[in-house]
Ligand binder design. Structure first.
Ligand code: NAP
Length: 271
């Protein structure tokens, strides 16, 4: 398998203002890729675009967009059309998690989580994949999570969105593997970003956190090999193998214990 060829390529990255998305932007800029950076934080995107343009002499465009808006993707696609830009690389990275007992988390927030973590990647992929296929070249990286490898008590919706993204990405990998477009599901474990500030619960973080830099290097190596999915790091990979050795019921009980809120009064559940 030939490494992915970045020559003359344009990448669109959602959630580029921070963490893993920002780190993808830095690595792709260093490879000479032109960037379209999407997020809500205008000042952060402007500063990033400015820094990368000067450092790597690349072209950047920023799109300030709340992806939770129902017509967010239509607006992004319209802006690309207006600028006659057709991304070769789409990185569906924007996402967030809610944490707590399902029935106590506002439904509207959980629906937004499904929308941003699942519907936005579907809409952007549906809009941008045909041009990549026409060129017989391109890639989609969907940032899923190790949280998508088993159900996650207290992060029920988050885990389900990432399981969806993993299944969706792998199906597209198989559909497109003979058509010149690579599709990779990136499954990071706990990573040192602002993600856990948004989750606002340290119990949601399992294991030692990796740097976003290490995660992105692993992802780009996996893209070079046209992997269908990649889990970042050996420890995360090992944790993902647990499901092979225990029943689904036992796995759920273990996951419930690992993710249980410190304040939770339900002490009746034992391993
Ligand atoms: N950190 C981890 O431990 C970890 C582990 C596994 C998977 N992941 C996944 O990695 C991806 C990136 O997360 P991260 O860790 O880099 O967290 P992060 O630092 O919080 O970055 C999240 C990015 O998503 C953007 N975003 C969130 N809501 C948005 C909205 N409504 N509209 C537009 N952009 C929005 C944010 O930009 P603005 O706030 O500027 O809009 C930000 O750029 C997520 O999909 C996450 O689920 C993270």
């Amino acid at each position: 398998m030939k490494p992915f060829d970045y020559t003359g390529k344009i990448a669109l990255i959602t959630g580029a203002s921070s963490g893993i998305g920002l780190t993808f932007a830095e690595h792709l800029a260093a490879r000479g890729v032109s960037l379209i950076l999407v997020a809500r934080s205008q000042a952060k995107l402007e500063a990033l675009a400015d820094r990368l343009t000067k450092k790597h002499r690349i072209t950047t465009m920023i799109i300030i967009q709340d992806l939770g808006e129902p017509d967010a993707c239509k607006k992004i696609v319209a802006k690309l059309k207006e600028a006659t830009l057709s991304p070769d690389l789409l990185i569906n990275n924007a996402g967030f998690a809610t944490y707590g007992v399902f029935d106590e988390i506002p439904l509207i927030r959980q629906k937004e989580e499904i929308y941003i973590n699942c519907i936005v990647p579907i809409e952007l992929t549906h809009a941008l994949l045909p041009a990549m296929l026409k060129r017989g070249n391109g890639a989609v990286i969907n940032v899923a999570s190790t949280a998508g490898m088993q159900p996650d008590p207290y992060m029920a919706i988050y885990g389900a969105t990432k399981a969806f993204l993993l299944a969706f990405s792998e199906a597209l990998w198989a559909e497109n593997r003979q058509r010149g477009v690579r599709v990779l599901a990136l499954c990071p474990g706990a990573t040192e970003t602002a993600f856990f500030d948004v989750v606002n619960a340290k119990e949601a973080s399992v294991g030692k956190r990796m740097s976003a830099n290490a995660v992105v290097i692993i992802a780009l190596n996996a893209l070079d090999k046209n992997r269908n999915y990649i889990i970042s790091g050996c420890n995360n990979w090992l944790l993902g193998q647990l499901q092979r050795f225990v029943t689904r019921r036992r796995l759920l009980i273990i996951a419930e214990k690992m993710l249980r809120p410190n304040t939770h009064s339900n002490k009746g559940l034992k391993l």
